[in-house]
Design a protein around this ligand. Sequence first.
Ligand SMILES: NC(=O)c1ccc[n+]([C@@H]2O[C@H](COP(=O)([O-])OP(=O)(O)OC[C@H]3O[C@@H](n4cnc5c(N)ncnc54)[C@H](OP(=O)(O)O)[C@@H]3O)[C@@H](O)[C@H]2O)c1
Length: 367
Amino acid sequence: MTVGLRDRERAALDRAVALAARGLGGTSPNPAVGCVVLDAAGDVVGEGWHARAGGPHAEVVALREAGERARGGTAVVTLEPCDHTGRTGPCSRALLAAGVARVVVGVPDPTPQAAGGAGTLAAAGVDVVRAGPEDARGALRVNESWLLAQRLGRPHVTWKYAATLDGRSAAADGTSRWITSSASRADAHLLRARSDAVVVGVGTVLADDPSLTVRDLPPTGDDVADAELATRAPLRVVLDADGRTPPGAAVRRGSGPGAGECLVLTAGDVGRGPRGGVDLHGALAALHARGVRSVMLEGGPRLAGAFLDAGLVDRVRGYLAPALLGQGTAAVVTAVTGASMDAVARLEVDDVVRVGPDLRVDLVPVR
Ligand SMILES: NC(=O)c1ccc[n+]([C@@H]2O[C@H](COP(=O)([O-])OP(=O)(O)OC[C@H]3O[C@@H](n4cnc5c(N)ncnc54)[C@H](OP(=O)(O)O)[C@@H]3O)[C@@H](O)[C@H]2O)c1
């Protein structure tokens, strides 16, 4: 495999990442994959993305659009083409049949059953090129959840919270609606729509009675992606050791687009954790077994702290309002960190964006 992309391939890989992102929240337990086919002159002649498990792979969709124009051309794929016959045939075979001369791979496939596509293609005389670390960033990011789940055998966890600038996620009287702006809340719904499951603790259910549905999605600028996102209904999960979730709770109501199935996990289902509550490893294993690869943890502070203490937060998304409360609940309650600076949990900032009047900060824990 050689390294080094041409300019048009670099642009095609960026486009393939955007195509792949359309599948987020819809493909699990499969990865989200995008593919762009360039003809021999380097012009785009086909685009494809994987929409759902069991459906056609991105390469097959893009090759179908390209037809004969793929011959002698280049296929640019976010993830190494598969080499196995699952619910669909191997993409390596489809690429060979289409006569592509070159394949650009964003990220190698780490799964033993699907990997090997690059080798098969190279053995057949195709020039296989792997993107370097800088070029591969988008492809890595779009499949961050799936790649971590492959590696660790549990879903990827993004903890999302909203807080004032002084880190309060509820006022002293327990009220927490609304700390951040409607723009931030709509933005957070995009994250819900792209996640396989939304998780809260029973404390949040008892305090706020949230529905945890996907709604009020802001336009993303991609009409096809918007139509896909409107169909999403992530699993709604309550971690509730003793089954205190009321029968009439909003999280149990509704079904269809926007309102996913509700799953209340008790200690009886997944075991009790060392500090009470449900066992978080057991809860994540149960979700993984149901095909969940990406979890959006929506709190509250106690459950978020337990996830942090257990080393089970992989990404943090904070919406910070330009407001001060002075008192009230801290955004996170942990048992491990906080006693002294020796115990501080360090995070690395990945991205900062202004959303309406608020700041959106994406961070990853330093491990
Ligand atoms: N601003 C925000 O982003 C945001 C988000 C969510 C909530 N909130 C606010 O947070 C407040 C509620 O806080 P909270 O801390 O009580 O809510 P929480 O973290 O949602 O719920 C805590 C409860 O979850 C259960 N749980 C199950 N497994 C657990 C485990 N392994 N570790 C810890 N807890 C586990 C425990 O009850 P059992 O032992 O009975 O299972 C625990 O008491 C409300 O005022 C709400 O408005 C704010």
